[in-house]
Design a protein around this ligand. Structure first.
Ligand SMILES: Cc1ncc(COP(=O)(O)O)c(C=O)c1O
Length: 361
């Protein structure tokens, strides 16, 4: 396994903490806003749960997920039986190649700049990893699994419908499975992200396609560990069969909380509005402080650079009490960028904006 990247930030974290106004932590991207009462009530009401939960999730959970996908993202045709809960999508991503039976000799394709757990999952299965953003980079090779992530962590880039259609067609011709990590799908700012399962992308045929959805950011449920996968019914059935044997069950009270979260769009819209407000503050502040912000048209992060090695920028911001993630965490192409998360309270974001303004003077 590679070194756990966040462990390398101890020194700059200490520097940011030493700031007289306190640290503004825009590094990990952990949600800070309260869980909505409608979700907490559902959790509490389900707290007497003496029996084992079902690995496939309750019918209510699967129906709530299918209907939220249709309502929120225009994803039609997901049969509730082709939905499977995950104990947070990080868990699913880390084990997906293993659960699919991949091993040595198999290749997993991940974006050039990517959430590190895609690679971790491939390594756990002893499979090879190739970083590629375009199909031509892959040549005649036939990988077992291709990850997409639109909007991207870390860049906020959105893949257009033509690109997505091309990937689906290419994968279908070769029997390659596509796993589309859509945990930021609802956070489109300057572009509207589309699911791999959207009829405009896959013509209503989910064969060979998986969409991974997390409630961590949309409903501020990172602490609950609540996600799910939907898509190709045969692949979902295969994952279910193995997860049953392996005890990968989502706790019953969390399943009930998820039903409430997926059934209520008001709190999701309110959370989106909070992130939009924070983005509207941070983006101009970074630009005014001399940063260039690339991509960042959607999602939870701003992908910023001062045209210098990313660790220098991390240190520069840490002196101002602002902690961000070095772009190199996400791939070699991130060496001169930093990832700035929109996940801090309004008060903390305002403090960061002030500090950036002071440094620009
Ligand atoms: C792209 C991406 N995928 C998946 C995850 C995992 O989210 P969770 O395990 O909370 O569902 C994250 C978390 O930050 C992420 O950025």
């Amino acid at each position: 396994m590679p070194v756990f990247p966040w462990d390398t930030l101890a020194e700059v974290t200490a520097a940011a903490r030493a700031h007289e106004g306190g640290i503004v932590d825009l590094s990990v991207g952990t949600p800070v806003d309260d869980v909505a009462p409608v979700i907490r009530d559902a959790l509490a009401a389900a707290s007497s749960a003496p029996g084992y939960p079902t690995t496939h999730g309750t019918p209510a959970l699967r129906e709530a997920a299918a209907s939220a996908l249709a309502r929120r993202y225009g994803i039609t045709g997901v049969d509730p039986s082709a939905v499977l809960p995950a104990i947070g999508t990080k868990e699913l991503i880390a084990w997906l190649p293993t659960l699919l039976g991949l091993g040595a000799g198999d290749t997993v394709v991940v974006p050039e700049l990517a959430y590190p757990t895609y690679e971790v999952g491939a390594l756990l299965a002893d499979s090879a990893v190739v970083r590629a953003d375009s199909l031509t980079q892959l040549g005649p090779s036939v990988p077992a699994l291709v990850y997409l992530n639109s909007p991207s962590n870390p860049t906020g880039k959105v893949l257009g419908v033509e690109h997505l259609r091309k990937v689906v067609g290419w994968a279908r011709d070769r029997g390659v499975l596509v796993a589309s990590d859509e945990c930021y799908l609802g956070l489109g700012w300057d572009a509207t992200p589309l699911s791999i399962l959207h009829p405009d992308v896959c013509d209503g045929d989910h064969t060979g396609l998986l969409a991974l959805h997390s409630l961590s950011k949309t409903s501020s449920l990172a602490g609950y560990r609540a996600g799910f996968v939907a898509g190709d019914p045969d692949v979902v059935a295969e994952l279910l069969a193995i997860r049953k044997h392996a005890g990968m069950m989502m706790p019953t009270p969390i399943q009930a909380a998820m039903v409430a979260a997926l059934g209520d769009d008001a709190h999701e819209a309110a959370q989106r509005a909070r992130y939009q407000r924070r983005r509207d503050l941070l983006l101009p502040a970074l630009l005014a402080a001399g940063f260039t912000v690339d991509d960042s048209e959607a999602g939870l992060y701003l992908w910023a650079t001062r045209g210098e090695p990313c660790r220098d920028t991390v240190a520069w911001l840490a002196q101002r009490g602002i902690l961000v993630a070095p772009g190199e965490f996400y791939g070699p192409r991130g060496a001169s960028h930093v990832r700035v998360a929109l996940t801090a309270t309004d008060e903390k974001v305002t403090a960061a904006v002030q500090r950036l303004a002071d440094s620009a003077r």
